[in-house]
Design a protein around this ligand. Structure first.
Ligand SMILES: Cc1ncc(C[n+]2csc(CCOP(=O)(O)OP(=O)(O)O)c2C)c(N)n1
Ligand SMILES: [Mg+2]
Length: 563
């Protein structure tokens, strides 16, 4: 209950700052360490989702931020909560997503005695965040929170961790609110754009690669217009497929793990690469083989919002410190050459993409995950959202699913298992009316599968499709390549996933034949409940290109392996 003398508790001041900065949603697992902040949420307009595990709460907040570009907000308790949440913090770091994690902390009077659940948050999160701090003085809450929003969003976005000593949140004082923050857009200079214009006019085989964060629907539309006017092929980096409509005539495909060999050749043969927003990290760069380091071996124009990323790995011919949103708006001012030297290349690249993703590859077993993805792409609404965690199953999603709009395909570029389901939680909370489908591995799903209960609690009709192959398949693939036949720790004995969905209060069905998938999906949708569709996948269908046995045999016959 708020008092009427103008004084507020630290908890109330904190929550008021979040409202000032435009926060609408927050995720949490409660703790006695931050009851005063929870109490302030009781009367707040902020919609709070209580989760079952802090990793899920943090990932849900992170996924929401991935799409909105505004900091995801998560509250957890001291040591046990914060260490559980760290998986989501690491994702925000690698994926360049703004996130603010609030952590309850022991009272100021008992700090540094290793009090109950005490942790030095600055030290623990120091290398994983853009800023890790603790608020000592209730009066400074508006200052620290304002800085946290700016820090999380500006330049290359990332996570901020703020520890909240319990007694600091209970102090009652009078202090004014800060004013609303706006992320700083970094605009390219006129010289940058005219140099880019000249380089494009001189190019023979240019390509655009889009990735990273700080995009928006408007930025994606501006990029699409630029690509059309210049007839430029546009590829997207690992798990950033949502930045370009897959059916746009300039889309050249997913430049992630196992890309179309024709796209790889196209990137390697380009005389000008316009890389917008991405770091070109290990996965996107094909394990740092796509370009030379530090000299890329082609003219690289690197556009990135974080100045520290420019020249960090690759030496660009032209470095432009700009956010993708500001840069793409500036592209409207460029003029294509009168004679486009690469005329027809965007059409050719798109035709190659369509051919590469057109038909599912044959797979052993009753259910072909490729066919399932093709059913989804042909039947989901254009604004549907597909989320995914990590595992070999994701290969079929990247190859055959086609995202049609910004936010349509969300995964973690850091390859964190367990991400897909909480990401779906975050995005279904943000967009209650859109169809949200999580495609998960059997190992992947159970890393955060306890939060299926959260979807049931809040009536979020997420549809989870579990690729159940009884394996930590990715690791088994590597194991068979490096230590063929020596199976250790890669087999899984799974629960009945359909029953799991049902006992949690949702819908559950098991599919053993591809032909039964459409009816199962329709039934899941019609249930209106959170749903699990378990697909029985043959463990032999280990990768898109090779069976488990074929990988083992190849290694045993001297094609690989350490033994
Ligand atoms: C949090 C986390 N732990 C471990 C790994 C290492 N890892 C990568 S893929 C994988 C197995 C994934 O298994 P599953 O979800 O069943 O998918 P599959 O490969 O079988 O399709 C593991 C253990 C990881 N990426 N993330
Ligand atoms: Mg598996």
């Amino acid at each position: 209950m708020r008092s009427n003398d103008g004084a507020r508790t630290g908890g109330e001041i904190l929550i008021d700052q979040l409202e000032v900065h435009g926060v609408r949603h927050a995720f949490c697992v409660p703790g006695e360490s931050y009851l005063a902040a929870l109490d302030a949420l009781h009367d707040s307009k902020i919609k709070l989702t209580v989760c079952r595990h802090e990793s899920a709460a943090t990932m849900a907040a992170e996924a929401m931020a991935k799409v909105t570009g505004r900091p995801g907000i998560c509250f957890v308790t001291r040591g046990p909560g914060a260490t559980n949440a760290s998986a989501g913090v690491h994702i925000a770091k690698q994926d360049s997503t703004p996130l603010i994690l609030f952590v309850g902390q022991v009272g100021r009077d008992m700090r540094e005695r290793e009090a109950f659940q005490e942790l030095d948050f600055r030290a623990v999160f120091g290398s994983m965040t853009k800023w890790a701090t603790e608020i000592d003085d209730t009066e400074r809450i508006p200052e620290v929170i304002s800085r946290a929003f700016h820090t999380a969003c500006n330049g290359r976005p990332g996570p901020v961790v703020i520890a909240l000593p319990e007694d600091m949140l209970r102090d009652r004082i009078v202090v004014p609110d800060a004013t609303a923050f706006e992320p700083v857009e970094t605009w390219p200079g006129l010289t940058d754009m005219s140099r880019l214009q000249k380089m494009l006019w001189a190019a023979k085989k240019p390509i655009v690669i889009a990735g990273g964060s700080r995009w928006s629907e408007a930025a994606c539309a501006a990029l699409a217009r630029f690509a059309e006017r210049f007839q430029l092929p546009v590829a997207t980096t690992f798990r950033r497929g949502h930045l370009f409509d897959a059916l746009h005539p300039c889309y050249a495909g997913d430049f992630g793990i196992g890309p179309n060999p024709k796209l790889l050749a196209r990137v390697k043969g380009a005389d000008l690469v316009l890389l917008i927003g991405d770091r070109m990290s290990e996965m996107a760069s094909q394990s740092y083989t796509a370009f030379g380091i530090p000299e890329p071996g082609t003219k690289l124009v690197h556009v990135h919002p974080g100045p520290d990323e420019l020249g960090r790995v690759y030496h660009p011919a032209l470095a432009i410190n700009a956010s993708p949103t500001a840069f793409c708006a500036s592209l409207e001012g460029l003029q294509p050459p009168n004679e486009i030297a690469w005329r027809g290349e965007s059409d050719a690249a798109h035709a190659e993409f369509i051919a590469w993703t057109g038909k599912a590859t044959p797979q052993p077993g009753g259910v072909n995950l490729g066919e399932v993805m093709i059913h989804l792409r042909d039947n989901l609404p254009k604004d549907a959202i597909v989320t995914l965690g990590a595992g070999n199953f994701a290969g079929w999603v990247h190859r055959f699913y086609r995202s049609r709009q910004y936010g349509g395909l969300i995964g973690s570029t850091s390859g964190s298992m367990g991400y897909g389901f909480p990401a779906a939680l975050g995005l279904q909370t943000l967009y209650p009316d859109r169809t949200v489908v999580c495609v998960a591995g059997d190992g992947d799903f159970l890393m955060t599968g306890q939060d299926f209960a959260t979807a049931v609690q809040y009536g979020l009709p997420i549809i989870v499709i579990i690729s159940d192959n009884g394996l930590y398949g990715t690791i088994r693939m590597h194991q068979e390549r490096d230590f063929p036949g020596r199976v250790v720790a890669t087999e899984l004995k799974n629960p009945d996933f359909a029953g799991y969905g049902q006992v949690f209060g949702g819908f559950g069905v098991s599919v053993e034949k591809t032909a039964d998938f459409p009816a199962a999906f329709a039934a899941a949708k019609a249930s209106g409940k959170p749903a699990i569709i378990r697909l029985k996948i043959d463990p032999e269908a280990l990768t898109l290109g090779a069976t488990l046995s074929a990988i083992r045999e190849k290694s045993l016959s001297g094609g690989g392996g350490h033994r």
